[in-house]
Design a protein around this ligand. Sequence first.
Ligand SMILES: N[C@H](CCC[C@H](N)C(=O)O)C(=O)O
Length: 276
Amino acid sequence: MDFDKYQGIGNDFIIVDAQSDHDVSPEQAAQLCDRRFGIGADGVILVLPPREANHAARMRVLNADGSIPEMCGNGIRCMALHVARTRPAVGAQHQVVYETDAGPRTCAVGLTPDALGADVTVGMGPVRILGDLRLGLTGEPSEWAEVDLLGVDVGNPHAVSLRRPSAAIIDRIGPRLATHEAFPEGANIGFADVKDRSFIDLVVWERGVGLTLACGTGACAAVGAACARGLASWGEPVTVKLPGGQLTIWVTAEGGPARMRGPARHVFSGRVDVGG
Ligand SMILES: N[C@H](CCC[C@H](N)C(=O)O)C(=O)O
């Protein structure tokens, strides 16, 4: 199977032009994403024919554990770059609509001169604030025995802590929170340090993946949470710094549409035996 490897500020994906959702099974996606026994990636993205004629393609995302999320922010930037590079008549226009399992998302790809990278702007759809959660974690040190989170729906489920623990604590409580019974579908857990009204330092423990270098929907969730708490302004651009790089996020209003702008880059093309 032919594939292209892309990364969006270090969140990396195996992108495959496919005809059917079943061209790569969850088990195969997990094998392909393994960084020792496979290609290595945070996820697989299938670029499928659109269901509606005036859309460019349909995106199906598989997390590194094979689970299937509704949406992926860094991934859609990488897919938009892929389509702009491989089918410029379709993907290199100004506003290109892609179908996702969270609904249609519009992308604009600004190809950089070397055409291996691009600055991509994405209409990320509505960011809905779901409300406060206080989750108890038995066996954690007292300051993290209870964690205050804000549930945020970005098409996929997020919960944001506006307190930032140490890396060691994140490694321990991230997976416990991501699979907490409070989240029947699981959740992506963002740990945000709001530096000021236009700058957030963020780390995300992603559902179905673990700690990633960046999370686009997580950046939207963190900005939405900061605005809901009065720590940032609805509609104003916020720079979100993640371990792999930076994104610019606008969230227009509670439940209103968000916009994300950030880089995407082609890493290599390849062919892999997916076996039986
Ligand atoms: N792990 C996420 C999907 C990928 C999201 C992330 N990579 C992004 O850039 O938005 C989930 O299960 O909802």
